[in-house]
Design a protein around this ligand. Structure first.
Ligand code: CA2
Length: 142
């Protein structure tokens, strides 16, 4: 299967700042780990600080990927455009949050994107990406 893993704004800083909240794994390290742990599958990774670039990637995922894992970062709580892009595509999408957003500030309790996803994972650190991929593989019948 082919998967696209999208990370939104500031997640390029993973591993370098706020380790108590986001852990010590770098984004490059996480991507390498996912490639080796899910070696039966193919991956493309995108990290972008730009909303429109994420929308473009979601639109272009149709016909190229079997599933998408997305951590929209701060756009989770604000982006109608990313929500609409997820709603517009036939590819199943799983939302991931590294931190337990339900236990943080009230503005993080609402995701505009999650209702258009097949499911979401939060609070398990970067293991959330692994859990999301396992769920997608199961969802796709693999
Ligand atoms: O818990 C998550 O994965 C979040 O999506 C992370 C976002 C935050 O706005 C969401 O509410 C929850 C922030 C990403 C910032 O990433 C950093 C990583 C390391 C150091 C600093 C920021």
């Amino acid at each position: 299967m082919r998967f696209l893993v999208v990370n939104g704004p500031n997640l390029n800083l993973l591993g370098s700042r706020e380790p108590d909240t986001y852990g010590r794994t770098t984004l490059a390290g996480l991507e390498d780990d996912l490639r080796s742990e899910f070696s039966a599958h193919e991956f493309a990774f995108l990290q972008s600080n730009h909303e429109g670039e994420i929308v473009d990637a979601l639109q272009e995922s149709v016909d190229t990927y079997d599933g998408v894992v997305i951590n929209p970062g701060g756009y989770t709580h604000t982006s109608v455009a990313i929500r609409d892009a997820v709603a517009a595509i036939s590819v199943p999408v799983v939302e991931v949050h590294i931190s337990n957003v339900a236990a943080r500030e009230p503005f993080r309790h609402t995701s505009l994107v999650a209702p258009e996803c097949i499911g979401h994972v939060a609070g398990f650190g970067v293991d959330g990406y692994r859990l999301a991929l396992l769920a997608l593989v199961r969802h796709l019948g693999g």
